[in-house]
Structures are given as structure tokens and as C-alpha cells.
Design a protein around this ligand. Sequence first.
Ligand code: SF4
Length: 460
Amino acid sequence: MSQSVFLSSPTVRTTRNPTRGGRRYLVRTFGCQMNEHDSERIAGLLESDGMERTDELDDADVVFINTCTIRENADNRLYGNLGHLKQWKDQRPDLMLVVGGCAAQKDKEYVRERAPWVDVVMGTHNLDRVLDLMDHAEDWGPITEVVDELQAMPSSLPVRREMDHSAWITIQVGCNNTCTFCIVPSVRGQEISRRPGEIVGEVESLVREGVVEVTLLGQNVDTYGRDLAIDGRRRPIFGDLLRRVGGVPGIRRVRFTSPHPNDFREDVASAMAETEAVCEQLHFPLQSGSDRILAAMHRGYNKRKYMDRLAMARRTIADLAVSTDIIVGFPGETEEDFDATMDVVSTARFDQAFTFIFSDRPGTAAADMTDDFVDPDVIQERYMRLIEVQNRISRESNDEQVGRVVEVLSEGPSKKDPEMATTRTRDGRVVHVAGRIPPGTFLEVELIDSAMHHLVGSPR
Ligand code: SF4
């Protein structure tokens, strides 16, 4: 049996557990967009069993914690949360606790050891089993089930989306790279791409439900399709997929994350430039500006190649906004290496940067480079220098937008002030606009003020 046939047959049951109707669930998500997407599927599965969502722990009968293990503080938050939930479980023994996601996939025994009061521990590859595992725990007691092979593409499972007008779409799971700081390949497995026709079909059906914006998700979208050979013909490539998704009538915005600088080529940049619905936004993870550190990270590119590809993207796509990821204090990083990173930051002028302090994740190659670990005080000082420069650049980038008239899409009321709407430009900037503007509404605004992380818009 081929893998794609296997993956298109999730083991979701079709009958409901009659005892669950009307009970309430709460899903807590840590980590990346892939986890947020998985959480929407978990919510969809629980609702397919008659459960209702709550945001209050007091009301919840089931709490699902979707874990992340990419950095040490994600682990700390997980065990802090589980410790807190023990008190609730002591008071309400019928409260069902489920722990899934990357930390559970990687460390199932450790999760059990640290939190034996958890009812279900499950991994990233068997989301489709959540209802059966909960049944088992109710009938027989705590259960742990983590498998190595993906059982069902998350996109084939029921979904309860956070926003009606916007959807995540998994186009690929897993990663074939070996970045030495990253735990993803060992918790998400090798790359598996979905067939393009299946993805386009999902986009078409989302449009019928009112979706106007999609974000295509993969660990390395630029290598999308390399594992697919359809009837021996040419393999699908990411640029073609962008064109097909962007061509679906009714889709007005297409985003994607994440590309890899080593695999990002002109065909993808051209598809972005030539497909109206594809937004002028590129997340382009640098990680380090030092060739020596990039080699130790196994990133597959050096500073020159990165800068050349960034220049190509900016040349090809008008008004492109670029964000990046940077790790400070990778083992062996010297002052000279860090200067090289600062040099790229100053030259590339990223509109936004996600900056991280190196975290030695057990199970990664970098965690074993203990002889080269950098003094934490030195890392902290470098980190603060980086933040200062990047904050200035981000602020200047937003300042330059003031006076422009742009299209924004409302995401609904601002969390801080319900009389303001949070909206987003095509290039991904947050714009606050006065008024109650329903989510999913497009409007034209003039950008009248700016701050480091947002702008203020006035409707035209
Ligand atoms: S490309 Fe590197 S950093 Fe990204 S998921 Fe794969 S191994 Fe991790």
C-alpha cells in the first residue's frame, strides 16, 4: 500500500461517545503554527464527539495540552502547567487531562514520570486517535500511545478553526534537513507532501465556507513535492502550488511558512510576484550571519548565498516585507561570529526578527557540543545588543509606512480595546483601526501613526 493511500484513511470513528455530548473542552497550545493548526484539528475531533469549547478551566471537563519542545522554556512552561493542573485534578478526579504534541512525542516516558496524573499521553503522529484514547482512559485508566509513523494527515481530520475567514493548510509534514539545533526532524519525521490536487480541493471547499485567506504550512515549503511522483510525471513544485492556490476564485490572500534560504529559488519568487493573491511577505530564517556557525548548524548556505537570495527575492517581489529568525549563542560563537550576524542584520534590514537565545535541546547534535557552550552572561549581552538594533530597524520600517493607503483585513476586536479592531496588511503588519469591524472584512486605510510592532490606520 502506498503511503499516500495510507495517509488518506484516518482512523477517525464515525459514532459518538454518548457520554460526552455537552461536556466542555479546553485546548492550550504552545509553540509554532504547526501546533496551532494541530490544535484546531483536535478541537474539531472533540466537537465531532459532541463536546463544546470553553476558555475557562473551571468549566472544562477535558483539558488538552498541545506541547512544544523547541526551546527549554517551552518545556518549563509545560511542566509548570501540569503541576498547576494536578491541583485541579485532585479536586476533580473526573477532569480528563490529555498531553499531546512534540514534547510528548519526544519524551513520553518523561511526561509520565513528571506527571503521572495525566490521563492520556499521545504524540504528533496519531492525532486521529484522541477520542479512542480518551475512551480507553475513562474505561481502563491512564494510557500512553506514541507512534513513529504518521497515521493521518492532520488536514484530513475534522477542524474547528479559530477564525472563520482564515485557515491554515498543511501542505507537507516533517523535515529532511539536519539543522543541529533543531528537534523537529525527530518529532515530526521525514518530509511527506500532500498531493496538489488534494490541497487545491481543500482550498476550494474552504472558500465555499467563507474563507478568504489561507496560510500554507510546512517545515520547509521550498522542498514541497520532492517526495511525490505522480504517474511518473514531473514532480509538483512549490511555485506551481502557489500559483494554483492563488488562482482559486474567492481566495484573496495566500501566505506560507516556512521557506528555507538554501532551497528558495527564482521560480518561487516569480510565482509570488505574478500571483495576485500571494502576499508580499517572506519569512527567511537567517539563524546566524557567520559562515563558520552556519556550517556548524548544518544550514546548507553561507552569508553570501543568503544575501544573494534575499536580494533576488526583493528584486523580484515589489514591496516585500521580510522577517527572520536569529539564534544568539550557538556553541562556539565568538565575538567575531556575532559581529557577522549584526552585520547582516544592519545590511538586510529585516522588517521583523524573531530572536532566540540558544537552547540545548536534548536529542539534538548541538546539545552535545558542551565544550563549546558560550557563557550565558556573554550570550545575554549579545542578545540585548541585537534586540536594540533590530528594534530600531523594525520601528524605522513601520515609520516608513506612514502616509500610505493600504488594504487591511480585520481579525476582529483588539484584545486590549474592544472598540478598536486588529487588522493586517498584505505584508503582515498589524494595524489598529478604530471601530467594531467584523473579522473577515477588507477595508482601505491610511496609515497615520506607527510604533515598533504595529501601525494605526484611518478608514478611507
Ligand atoms: S529546516 Fe532545520 S530548523 Fe527547520 S524544521 Fe528542518 S531541521 Fe528544523
